[in-house]
Design a binder for this molecule. Structure first.
Ligand SMILES: C[C@H](O)CC(=O)C(=O)O
Ligand code: MN
Length: 336
């Protein structure tokens, strides 16, 4: 059976390197991904097109320059962009499409698919392969996910993703969600994992067994929180399981070793704090913000993440992290 691997190193990995990718780094990674036969890979700010801002982190290099460099290296791979309505605009999507991007993934919180309608319609009208990406999917019961995925499909999405943004799911959670979507939808289904509970590859396999045909990964697992399913490991395991990915494993390992490993700012490991992301169900890209806030207010970053998890904060509420840290600090001061 044929599976479509989508590498997110040059987008989700952007969180992990504080949005510091350069044209040279992107060009080298894109060249390697293309030579390895990875069918799709994503390039944009970690929070999608238009994400460069004080709220989400400023990009070192304009993402359109990164996208242009990536597209220029592709002979067979196709470049995807992520767009969160409210962060990225229709104009951002049009600019990316004019550079030769072939896929758009429109991402909303799992209960807010309706805010993606216009962007999905635009992506289709631009001739892009169009994906609806349901973030923080662990927060909604199966029926809600089915309802929201059907909305995406009705707007024209050709693939709907279950996205474990917090790395909080266990294989049974993935199986339940993907199986229900497989029964309810006509379109293809994808899965995007984070490794905060060390479940990323197991969850990805559960998703495939339940009917997902698109699966995400990142080289060296470079991504928000504890990172994603590691693309080169996934390629090897999928081949061993008898799936066809069309990926040249040695070429991909070389790209991970020679291009990605040298640019990593810290090892992509499950630290105490990234474990708490998964345990408390917190958006993975909150990790570096929590670290900044912890340092600023002298608070344990795990306490901030636990509180943010209790509050069921969702993507876009990064400023809440600083409020929580400030609150914890003020309480600590009054306790003798
Ligand atoms: C904007 C987020 O980083 C998208 C994503 O990769 C996720 O929710 O996971
Ligand atoms: Mn992610």
């Amino acid at each position: 059976m044929k599976l479509n691997v989508l590498d997110v190193t040059l987008r989700d990995g952007s969180h992990s390197v504080r949005h510091s990718f350069t044209v040279e780094q992107v060009r080298a990674a894109a060249k390697g991904l293309n030579a390895s036969g990875v069918p799709y890979f994503e390039v944009s700010h970690g929070d999608g097109l238009g994400g460069s801002s004080l709220q989400y982190g400023l990009s070192k290099t304009d993402e359109l320059k990164l996208i242009e460099a990536a597209v220029s290296e592709c002979t067979t791979s196709q470049v995807s962009v992520l767009l969160l309505p409210g962060i990225g605009t229709k104009e951002d999507l049009q600019s990316a499409a004019s550079l030769g991007v072939k896929m758009a993934r429109i991402a909303t919180h799992v209960t807010e698919a309706d805010i993606g309608a216009q962007h999905i319609e635009l992506a289709r009208s631009l001739g892009l392969k169009t994906v609806g990406f349901l973030m923080m999917s662990h927060m909604a019961p199966v029926e809600k996910i089915v309802e929201q995925a059907k909305l995406f499909e009705s707007y024209g999405a050709e693939i709907v993703y279950v996205t474990d943004s917090a790395g909080a799911m266990l294989p049974k959670d993935v199986t339940e969600r993907i199986s229900a979507l497989r029964q309810a939808l006509q379109c293809e289904i994808g899965f995007h994992a984070h490794n905060n509970l060390s479940m990323a590859l197991a969850n990805t396999i559960a998703a495939i067994k339940a009917g997902a045909t698109y699966v995400d990964g990142s080289m060296r697992a470079l991504g928000a929180g504890a990172g994603n399913t590691q693309t080169e490991v996934m390629a090897a395991v999928l081949e061993r399981l008898g799936y066809e990915t069309g990926i040249d494993l040695y070429n991909l390992i070389d790209t991970a070793n020679d291009v990605i490993a040298p640019l990593m700012q810290q090892p992509q490991e499950i630290t105490g704090s990234s474990l708490i992301l998964g345990y408390a169900g917190v958006y993975s890209s909150f990790l570096l913000h929590a670290q900044n806030a912890a340092e600023q207010f002298g608070i344990d970053e795990r306490d901030i993440l636990m509180k943010v998890g209790e509050m069921k904060a969702v993507g876009g509420q990064e400023d809440l992290i600083y409020e929580v840290a400030q609150n914890l600090a003020s309480k600590r001061e009054v306790v003798p």
